[in-house]
Design a protein around this ligand. Structure first.
Ligand code: XMP
Length: 305
């Protein structure tokens, strides 16, 4: 991308030309990629676009409210509260790839219903360049690539940021006047908190992960990590008063990376780590212990599942 303003002009002109007088739909996740794709498409075709945000119950703390606020100017925005259906499908599922599959399938079901309802002919997607490379290489199953186009018989797919890298998407976000919080967000995985709960994803475990992730993001902002989060990794004993209790073990992870392909665990100071520990155990009483993950990628991955 040479120049942001010309990119925006060309991208919006391209969308207008492709979609014409027809209708388009986009799955808005709240992440920077789909937010930029939606904002570009809306600038191009206005209310001919219906952005659909599916609340899976696996989103960051405050995500749904943030999406509602940020995209308040789009009257066509649909927010679907689907968390009960997602947890129903995830009950008893422990295999990491099976989890991704279940979430992808449910997502498609939710989105398909909405897309059909809008009668859209075009699908807009926030696919970026590294997504395409990773999917083509079969590194992981991105639910934002590949699956959606098959579900409804769309006349065409529009991917306005398909040739951009993450930092370029952020640049476009800023130029489009999307709130700084959207432009500067850490990447959040498609399957959401499900890859931050080892084993079965229950509403209770997801809630622990959500609260702990929020605390970690707040506390580590000044370290400017590529990603910082917490994961529920198992159960262990702790003490409450005079009793031994069995509580959650939360792992804190903070990594530096250029593109997510490799990563280095960040060196944090003891006081910061202790503050995180005390905030997490103080806010979420069912957490018995907090550990810090010092493993780089490779050999570990960034997420836990
Ligand atoms: P891993 O855990 O594979 O993560 O080292 C590398 C980067 O990709 C994100 N990630 C995903 N993103 N769908 C996504 O859209 C997924 O299934 C998925 N799994 C991991 C992860 O957050 C990190 O930025």
């Amino acid at each position: 991308m040479v120049d942001v303003e010309s990119f925006i002009d060309e991208a919006t002109a391209g969308i207008r030309e492709t979609v014409g007088d027809a209708h388009a739909v986009i799955a808005l996740s709240g992440g920077v990629d789909s937010s930029v794709a939606a904002a570009l498409a809306y600038e191009a075709i206005g209310e001919q676009l219906t952005p659909v945000y599916v609340d899976t119950g696996l989103m960051r703390k405050g995500e749904t409210e943030a999406v509602r606020e940020t995209f308040d100017y789009m009257e066509s925005l649909r927010i679907v509260d689907a968390h009960e259906r997602f947890f129903e499908q995830l009950a008893g599922v422990t295999d990491p790839e099976e989890k991704r599959h279940v979430i992808g399938e449910q997502f498609i079901r939710e989105f398909e219903r909405e897309a059909r309802d809008t009668g859209a002919d075009f699908l807009v997607q926030g696919t970026i360049y590294p997504d395409r490379i990773e999917s083509e290489g079969g590194i992981k199953s991105h639910h934002n690539v590949g699956g959606l186009p098959d579900v409804v018989d769309f006349e065409g797919i529009v991917e306005p940021v398909r040739d951009l890298y993450k930092d370029e998407v952020r640049e476009v976000a800023r130029a489009l006047g999307l709130e700084e919080v959207v432009a500067e967000r850490m990447p959040f995985p498609g399957p959401g908190l499900a890859v931050r709960v080892v084993g079965e994803v229950t509403p209770e475990r997801a809630e622990v992960a959500r609260e702990a992730c929020h605390i970690v993001e707040e506390e580590l902002e000044e370290y400017d990590p590529w990603q910082a989060f917490a994961a529920v990794v198992g159960k262990g004993t702790g003490v409450k008063g005079d009793n031994r209790v069995h509580g959650h073990i939360v792992a804190v992870r903070s990594v530096e990376s250029r593109d997510g392909m490799t990563a280095r665990a960040q060196e944090l100071d003891w006081e910061t780590l202790q503050r995180i520990q005390s905030r997490i155990t103080g806010t979420v009483p069912t957490v018995a212990r907090v550990v810090y993950d010092v493993t780089h990628k490779p050999p570990a991955t960034i997420e836990y599942e």
